[in-house]
Design a protein around this ligand. Structure first.
Ligand code: PLP
Length: 463
């Protein structure tokens, strides 16, 4: 061991992992002014994770909407190890390829809706969204419509953390001291029926939201509006399930004005809603582009994809390709063989173990059990679909008070052995897809106990 390595080793021994983490790591979405230490998760098995102090938790967020098969799946680990030994990496640039990405594209093309059968593999959800938008711009440039650049997104949406994808995030708390693109991105209100005006029917609310999209396209001018991006169920923005017909009607509006429809299925694809893709199977739409990541490899490897329709590709490739129209978009790790091997194994396991059928069976039970929590006075809403859910804490009109209450619920959950995802005044839940009814009962029981403990504390303080 050389001297420097020795010193590093000693430092790691003297300080705790949490201290070293605090000193050296910049975490996504962290408070740079806080001196809070990270919780260090060291291992996992099935639906459980374990911290470095030996505490066990049910992971009701699947890491971050991704570890669909749960932890320590040996088949996944073996597939990854096998591919590392066979071929760990080779460049995907130009006319080079390796078998796992080809096999994955082939298998996915049989699962995707409609003619969505061209895959630009990426490394994450953000890069999938970024690539999709860059494709849209390239596409309209090739078609001599260079003005068609504007992107419509929704308030409370989450689409990623690269420059362009972050500029499409619609939650106020996601906007910080960073710089965002402003000239070509335009927000419209989200379709959260819970937030509709008092007295308004869900049908009228849906009409309003659809009309707002059309008005936005007309205000921009159809010759300038390039695409609309929407999550089938908005995840990080608060598990927002749109009113019936919303997606179909917004797609129709897009078609009317030649605006491309991007369905961001980074969370919803690959089983979370009980289907490989939610766009068609749950919401009856065939978009122009679908973006995926997370569950595609069950979180065992970083992988994403922008999936483009044959119709769009045909207009700009082959005999229709423009001269010198190099597609200068992609990454060193696009279609990484090991990540694609993980995705292939996940697809095999999904099929063999009937994961979608299982989710369609336990999902309604999850929602039905969670609905019991609505009776508590600090719970404003419980909503979701299948294995995507959220409990919204509401105690007053003051957002900060609501956030503080939700944080207490989360803290009690953690003490009692359950990890939920705190996001403002929301407790977001997305357990591994392998969860069974008894695991669901445990989640709901801990949540209920934590809500009661929070109410007791609030009542004590009020006395
Ligand atoms: N799109 C959606 C709908 C997401 O939920 C996320 C992440 O949560 C992203 C894109 C970005 O994915 P990533 O964090 O892998 O870049």
């Amino acid at each position: 061991m050389n001297l420097k390595a020795k010193r590093i080793h000693c430092a790691a021994k003297e300080a705790t992992l949490a201290e070293i983490d605090k000193k050296h790591i910049i975490h996504p979405w962290s408070d740079l002014g806080s001196d809070a230490r990270s919780m260090i998760i060291e291992s996992g098995k099935g639906i459980h994770v374990f911290d470095n102090e030996g505490n066990q938790y049910i992971d009701s967020i699947s890491g971050m909407w991704c570890v669909n098969l749960g932890y320590a799946n040996e088949e996944m680990a073996e597939a990854i190890a096998d591919q590392c030994i066979r071929l760990v990496y080779y460049t995907p640039f130009g006319a080079m390829a390796s078998p796992p990405s080809i096999e994955l594209a082939h298998q996915l093309s049989q699962l995707t809706p409609g003619d969505l059968n061209h895959f630009q593999f990426t490394t994450s959800g953000s890069t999938a969204v970024e690539s999709a938008i860059r494709f849209v711009h390239y596409y309209f440039n090739c078609l001599d419509q260079p003005e068609k650049k504007h992107i419509i997104y929704r308030e409370n949406a989450y689409h990623g953390s690269t420059y362009l994808s972050a500029s499409l995030n619609g939650k106020k708390c996601d906007r910080s001291y960073f710089h965002y693109i402003t000239d070509i991105v335009h927000a419209i209100p989200d379709p959260n029926p819970y937030k509709r005006e008092p007295g308004m029917s869900v049908e009228d609310f849906c009409d309003l939201r659809v009309r707002e999209l059309e008005e936005k396209i007309l205000a921009l001018g159809p010759d300038k509006a390039a695409c609309f991006i929407a999550e089938p169920v908005m995840g990080s923005g608060g598990v927002i399930v749109p009113p019936p017909g919303y997606h179909k009607r917004t797609l129709d509006i897009c078609r009317k004005y030649d605006v491309l429809y991007i369905s961001d299925e980074v969370v919803t694809a690959f089983g979370r809603l009980g289907h490989h893709f939610a766009s068609e199977d749950v919401f009856d739409i065939v978009p122009d582009i679908i973006t995926v990541a997370k569950g595609i490899s069950s979180g065992y490897q970083p992988l994403g994809a922008a999936i483009i329709s044959e119709k769009l590709m045909n207009r700009i490739s082959g005999a229709s390709a423009r001269q010198n129209s190099y597609y200068t978009n992609g990454f060193t790790y696009s279609g990484h063989p090991v990540a694609c091997a993980a995705a292939l194994k996940y697809l095999e396991i999904m099929d063999r173990d009937n994961i979608n059928e299982h989710v369609r069976e336990v999902g309604p039970y999850f929602m039905q059990r969670l609905a019991e929590l609505k009776s508590f006075p600090i719970v404003g809403d419980v909503r979701g679909l299948c294995l995507m859910a959220c409990v919204e804490c509401v105690v007053s009109d003051d957002e900060d008070e609501n956030i503080a209450v939700a944080q207490r619920v989360d803290e009690f959950c953690q003490e009692k052995g359950l990890i939920v995802r705190p996001y403002e005044n929301l407790c977001i839940l997305s357990p591994p897809l392998i969860i069974d009814k008894s695991g669901i009962d445990q989640i709901v029981d801990i949540l209920r106990d934590s809500i009661i403990a929070t109410m007791d504390e609030i009542n004590k303080e009020a006395r």
